[in-house]
Design a protein around this ligand. Sequence first.
Ligand code: GDP
Ligand code: MG
Length: 196
Amino acid sequence: YYRRSWSSESSDSVISSESCSNCYRVVLIGEHGVGKSSLANIFAGVHDSIDSDCEVLGEDTYERTLMVDGESATIILLDMWDNKREGEWIRDHCMQVGDAYLIVYSITDRASFEKASELRIQLRRARQKEDIPIILVGNKSDLVRCREVSVAEGRACAVVFDCKFIETSAAVQHNVKELFEGIVRQVRLRRDSKEK
Ligand code: GDP
Ligand code: MG
């Protein structure tokens, strides 16, 4: 693992080789408009009035240490999937660098759900031999009247794609903490089974 850090004087990101066994690089992917940045902002604690121990490592990279099941874990969250300014390479980059993925769709947008399946397939192709932790995230669960994808469909899709499933609402902050704790648990499960 490599840990990215910002030097205070310059805006260049520095890749140091400081090993970080409890650091996980988690990448948000999914159609534009499904709520990836909204989830990232909650993670970053933008809405917290009291504590904010989140470091912003760049406009679309956030780092935060959480306690999950009595053990701390540092998540480096990447929200650069929609960053077209950087060009298409950023998507290939995203597919390569994650230790774990949150594939997000909106429950109000069936096309985004279909896109999520496509992304799962792309990810499998890009990282063939790896067992990568993935959570399929149905966001905007607060918009009950606009629902186009049922909970059962989301769950069934996750079974087919061999990943976890959760519905969230960034708007009312429902299940967002659970989402980030969940991805930490998924990474740990694989780590622990490797150690045995
Ligand atoms: P991104 O393109 O995937 O990063 O999506 P954004 O985070 O920019 O969100 C797109 C739009 O959806 C914004 O107007 C958000 O306010 C809205 N949005 C995001 N999450 C939710 C949610 O859980 N519920 C509702 N009602 N709106 C949301
Ligand atoms: Mg965004």
